[in-house]
Write a protein that binds this ligand. Structure first.
Ligand SMILES: Cc1ncc(C[n+]2csc(CCOP(=O)(O)OP(=O)(O)O)c2C)c(N)n1
Ligand SMILES: [Mg+2]
Length: 615
């Protein structure tokens, strides 16, 4: 047998560089590259190995392990889960910094290969710098924190374990049903151990993402349910995008006269101009989609996890006279909410349903109602997002400005705060790829790093990151990475001086303003610092400016587009208003007893609202 003598780390990167995938008829590398922050846990082993493969597998230096992994995850999502990145860290804090990113990828069913360094398997120098010693179990290291947030986890104790572990890791990353983070913990000594690897292990391999077909019985049941429907509705989730089924969905909805509502991950499946596009569904949904969901007789949920924001905490479309069909590539999701399961690939499922439906269409009245509600909602959006000339504009008005300035190839990126809800309700999508909001984990600090990952995946697109002051202050350092790599972002910072959405939630649950807006926080007499976001971004190498009001913002966006490097625009906004139109109830637990009358009143309202919830 022909063998090649390599260290474990050299073999690992050589294998990654040999993985390929077909995208749009073209064979391309599966891995774009590796984000890396080195320390003693990976610099000698992984660092040396990566140095030699820079042409096939580039290394990108970032500024924070969590956010570099966020960028890697965003890259995979913007590539429809078909192209990937890896992230390698040192041991200890570098490794645990990536745990949050692993959880984010897990919740969103997005692939990322995490390669944290680990302590010596020989244990000879123990305890090494940054080792957490577990008194009762020396086999545990901090990397065991990755287990509950990884779809695949292994610790490579011997170099030859790569031969069996790497193919499994690749399968987990590319499996549409169990897609998520794969973590290979790499003890620093084992990274450097040599082994005679079979040369065949490094033969280029072209991967293919499986498209599981439906079970005949489940398909039959789903078709029978749809054929009886006169008021059908489709909920489109992220799975529609990942199955590349957006076009098929648009054609199916049009031909059959079915309104389509979208989840956060599904948004953009249809362009807003599509006659069947009724906007967002759920807690942050459009009045059109939510009203239609209440009145629908059959709901076909495609590629969605049916999380609380989609179902209004199970109070939105849960009446017993409704049939829910859950078309999902994962059995786990297809069984939720007592749905009729249709467990298969979204594209194949749609094609087979369509082929069996004959002349069936929704009722004339339903299609008319869809058109009316769509028009009414569209008018509302224009009204809500119009410039009112306010000194402190609302989030909605800022969204209007950014949306008016956006091009067809603009992608808006966001994750946490008040913005995701407002964007879900109000952002008008030009089609697939135009909307990238991380709302499975809604992780503050994903925004800028996520924007970087999107830009790396789709350099031809304009990437606009919308971010609150809180999220910006939590993680902003990948701005410097975007400047360094020449991946230009446009970043709009909405400074409402605090955690605006949580302040609103606090009041809605009867609480007093406390520890959210900066003015309500413990501080010395001089008060909280007034952060100069434009100056901060400039210090990181970006171009930047501060503007006041919507008109100035729109002019600044034009300058930002013309700029060569990442451009940050900061403006002050009003923390109090949020869009009241549309929306649905969301369950947030309210204290059962309190000395505050407002809390007791909120609890009463909470109990009443829970009556509508079905289990
Ligand atoms: C990492 C993380 N910590 C805490 C939260 C809870 N949380 C959600 S939004 C938010 C405030 C965000 O503030 P900002 O970015 O300024 O947006 P705003 O609410 O003001 O629109 C907080 C604390 C979270 N989602 N993620
Ligand atoms: Mg804020």
């Amino acid at each position: 047998m022909h063998t090649i003598r390599l260290t474990m780390a050299q073999a690992l990167v050589k294998y990654l560089a040999a993985q390929r995938i077909e995208m749009a008829g073209r064979e391309v590398p599966l891995f774009e590259g590796v984000f890396a922050i080195f320390g003693h846990g990976n610099v000698a082993g992984m660092g040396e190995a990566l140095y030699h493969v820079q042409d096939e597998l580039p290394t990108f230096r970032a500024h924070n392990e969590q956010t570099m992994a966020h960028a890697a995850i965003a890259f995979a999502r913007a590539n429809g889960r078909r192209r990937l990145m890896a992230a390698t860290s040192s041991i200890g804090p570098g490794a645990t910094n990536m745990v949050t990113a692993a959880a984010l990828a897990h919740a969103n069913r997005l692939p990322v290969l995490l390669l944290p360094g680990d302590t010596f398997v020989t244990r000879e120098p123990d305890p090494v710098l940054q080792q957490v010693e577990h008194f009762g179990d020396p086999t545990i290291s901090v990397n065991d924190c990755f287990r509950p947030v990884s779809r695949y986890f292994d610790r490579i104790h011997r170099p030859e374990q790569l031969l069996t572990s790497l193919p499994q890791a690749m399968a987990a990353l590319l499996d549409p049903e169990n897609c998520g983070p794969a973590t290979l913990a790499l003890p620093q000594d084992v990274q450097t151990f040599a082994y005679d690897y079979p040369a065949a292990f490094f033969t280029p391999r072209v991967h293919h993402v499986r498209r599981p077909p439906p079970d005949a019985h489940e398909l039959h049941q789903a078709i029978a349910a749809l054929k009886q429907a006169s008021r059908p509705l489709i909920i489109a989730g992220g799975g529609v995008h990942y199955a590349d089924a957006c076009e098929a969905l648009a054609a199916f909805a049009m031909a059959r006269g079915i309104p389509v509502a979208e989840t956060q991950a599904g948004k953009g499946a249809l362009a807003d101009s599509h006659p069947c596009a009724t906007g967002a569904i759920g807690v942050t949904g459009s009045a059109a989609a939510n009203q239609l969901s209440e009145q629908a007789d059959v709901i076909l949920a495609i590629g969605t996890r049916l999380q609380d924001f989609t179902t209004g905490s199970r109070a939105l479309f849960e009446s017993s006279d409704k049939t829910l069909v859950a078309l999902n590539v994962g059995r786990f999701d297809s069984l939720k909410h007592q749905a009729l399961p249709l467990c298969c690939d979204a594209l194949i499922g749609l094609e087979q349903i369509d082929a069996a439906l004959g002349e069936w269409r929704s009722s004339d009245g339903w299609r008319e109602q869809t058109g009316t509600l769509k028009r009414e909602w569209s008018d509302a959006v224009h009204r809500i997002t119009a410039d009112q000339g306010l000194e402190l504009p609302t989030d909605a008005q800022v969204i209007g400005a950014v949306n008016r300035q956006a091009l067809d190839d603009t992608t808006v990126v966001c994750a946490a705060g008040g913005l995701p809800g407002e964007l879900h309700k109000l952002w008008q999508c030009s089609g697939p790829g135009s909307y990238h909001v991380e709302y499975g984990f809604s992780c503050m600090g994903y925004e800028i790093a996520g924007g970087l990952g999107v830009k790396m995946a789709r350099p031809e697109r304009e990437v606009v990151v919308m971010v609150g002051d809180g999220s910006y202050l939590m993680h902003n350092s990948e701005l410097a990475t975007s400047v360094m790599l020449g991946h230009k972002l446009v970043v709009v910072v909405l400074d409402n001086r605090g955690y605006g959405c949580i302040n609103r939630l606090q009041h809605a649950t009867g609480g007093a303003g406390f520890n959210n807006l900066l003015k309500d926080c413990r501080a010395i007499d001089a008060g909280a610092p007034e952060t100069d976001f434009a100056a901060h971004a400039k210090a990181l190498g970006c171009e930047s400016e501060t503007v006041s009001g919507i008109a100035q913002l729109e002019q600044a966006l034009v300058r930002a587009r013309a700029a060569r490097t990442t451009y940050v625009i900061a403006l002050e906004t009003d923390p109090l208003p949020s869009t009241q139109e549309g929306g649905a109830w969301w369950e947030v637990a309210v204290p059962q007893v309190s000395e505050r009358e407002a809390v007791n009143a909120a609890y009463k309202g909470y109990r009443e609202a829970k009556q509508r919830q079905r289990h």
